[in-house]
Design a protein around this ligand. Structure first.
Ligand SMILES: Cc1cc2nc3c(=O)[nH]c(=O)nc-3n(C[C@H](O)[C@H](O)[C@H](O)COP(=O)(O)OP(=O)(O)OC[C@H]3O[C@@H](n4cnc5c(N)ncnc54)[C@H](O)[C@@H]3O)c2cc1C
Length: 460
């Protein structure tokens, strides 16, 4: 299928109504309540099973602390997996970026509690048996059921945690890092048995065992739904395939996509999908790309900057190639704004979601498109056409970052000159790290409230 040029230009010919604002505060509150409620329930068996005055000796203090940290580590690990289960309700309430941030922050706590659990339990038993730490470790590994696999699991989780440190993560090819990260499921499986065979609170039937069984069932259902059932249903329903591949410039390509019942697709401009193109050499990788035009019921489009092997290979896609997608995700959407006026700041491939958002934001937006040279400005015709349609102001800021023009713009005075009412607007910001950092510094100095700033940094 070839998409008519007129349609390519603006997504639709009539100016669409601005997307209404949605509030997700209640959802976030509910999730926080569930998290802390679950946390309290996870510790309840230990609390109920510990009689007042029963923790007297040094051995008992260490063992008790070991049990508590064990329960916390197990609970946080389950939460980590639920956060990454790709359940659409979590994506809607928290947003993919914040889910990623929460997952990263919780990761540190999981590591600390796992190591603390192993160390405290070993020390506690060593005190009780009046032997040294190493000798007790040997006894635990050889005489207690399922402890070898538990130590293996702890070791794997520590490695996964270390590999997630930014510097190390960036040193590895993304796909290798991703597959290593997925071994967390194996670690969960390996660590599972020792909780129920040795865990004081879980090994015998009762409240603790029942509660923890429920936790595991919830986690399995979330993963099965988010990672298997929902994507399968979506793809069987829409059966997406490549319609056309259009070069937007030497390093930018747009991929038009058709499918069944696209008017039913519950996606918004500014959101992204993970796209798996089912063709030779590409099928084994799923990459995130944002929609570069608001969904219009007839076709979808992504616009990709060629930066590596996968994005380069996308240029050679042929019409008809089937696609398996997961999504839509992200809260970089028009419905998250808190003001009626907006500013959109983009550079590089960040122009893709910004171009789409221009269709769903209220008229009167200001778009600042930063590029180092004129030939790096992509989708320019479309942006101009859309700006006219939606009474938006378009600023192309072109030049080296050391040039006086761009330098002046990224100062509070320069920004105010371009957008005098900037503090009264929502700011949508998408582009390379440098642009995001520089813009955030200026916005902070202008005292733009954080809730008015929406980021899509293209990195988790
Ligand atoms: C939410 C989101 C939306 C995005 N939207 C767009 C868009 O609309 N247009 C666009 O051009 N780019 C977009 N990107 C960036 C795009 O996903 C990467 O540029 C692309 O995956 C690079 O793949 P590569 O093999 O060609 O390059 P590589 O050289 O292999 O990777 C370059 C960098 O891209 C990231 N990356 C690589 N593979 C993946 C993967 N499978 N999943 C996640 N990140 C990966 C890593 O940080 C890596 O360092 C988006 C990224 C995110 C996270």
């Amino acid at each position: 299928m070839t998409v008519p040029r007129q349609q390519r230009q603006a997504g639709s010919l009539a100016a669409p109504a601005a997307r209404p604002v949605e509030h997700n505060g209640a959802g976030r509150f509910l999730l926080r309540t569930l998290f802390w409620g679950g946390f309290a329930l996870a510790l309840l068996p230990w609390w109920l099973g510990t009689k007042p005055g029963s923790i007297d000796t040094t051995a008992e203090i260490f063992q008790s602390a070991g049990r508590v940290t064990g329960l916390i580590a197990g609970y946080l690990l389950l939460m980590q997996i639920i956060l990454m289960s790709r359940l659409s309700v979590l994506e809607r309430w928290i947003g993919a970026r914040h889910l990623g941030l929460w997952h990263r922050e919780l990761g540190g706590s999981v590591l600390i509690t796992i190591l603390a659990h192993a160390a405290l339990i070993t020390v506690g038993y060593a005190y009780a048996d009046r032997v040294g730490f190493v000798s007790e470790l040997g006894t635990i590994l050889t005489e207690y059921e399922d402890m070898v696999t538990a130590f293996l699991a702890a070791g794997m989780l520590v490695c996964i945690g270390l590999l997630s440190i930014r510097g190390l993560r960036r040193a590895l090819p993304y796909e290798l890092w991703y597959f290593l990260h997925l071994t967390a499921y194996l670690a969960l499986l390996l660590g599972f048995a020792h909780q129920f065979s040795n865990g004081q609170e879980l090994f015998k039937p009762g409240l603790g065992r029942t509660l923890w069984t429920v936790f595991y069932v919830v986690m399995i259902c979330a993963v099965a739904w988010g990672r298997v059932v929902a994507p399968l249903t979506l793809n069987l329903r829409h059966r997406l395939r490549v319609a056309d591949v259009v070069a937007e410039g030497p390093d930018m390509v747009s991929i038009y996509i058709t499918g069944n019942r696209l008017h039913d697709l519950d996606a918004q401009a500014g959101q992204f999908f993970r796209w798996r193109f089912l063709s030779r050499g590409l099928w084994w990788q799923a990459h995130p790309f944002s929609l570069s035009a608001a969904p219009n019921g007839r076709w979808l489009r992504l616009t990709v900057k060629t930066v590596g092997s996968h994005t380069n290979a996308l240029r050679d896609l042929r019409p008809g190639v089937r696609i398996f997608v997961e999504g839509p995700w992200g809260d970089f959407t028009a419905s998250r704004r808190v003001k009626s006026r907006t500013v959109l700041i983009a550079a590089g491939s960040g122009i893709a979601p910004i171009r789409a958002l221009l269709e769903e934001l209220p008229p009167g937006a200001v778009v600042i498109y930063r590029a180092s040279a004129v030939h790096d400005l992509h989708l320019r015709d479309e942006l101009e056409h859309l700006a006219e349609l939606r009474h938006a102001t378009l600023w192309f800021v072109v030049g080296d970052r050391r040039d006086p023009g761009p330098r002046r713009l990224f100062t509070p005075t320069g920004m105010r000159e371009l957008v005098p009412d900037i503090t009264e607007r929502d700011i949508y910001l998408c582009g390379p790290d440098g642009l995001v950092t520089q813009s955030l510094q200026v916005l902070r100095r202008l005292r733009v409230p954080r809730r008015q700033i929406h980021l899509d940094p293209f990195e988790f």
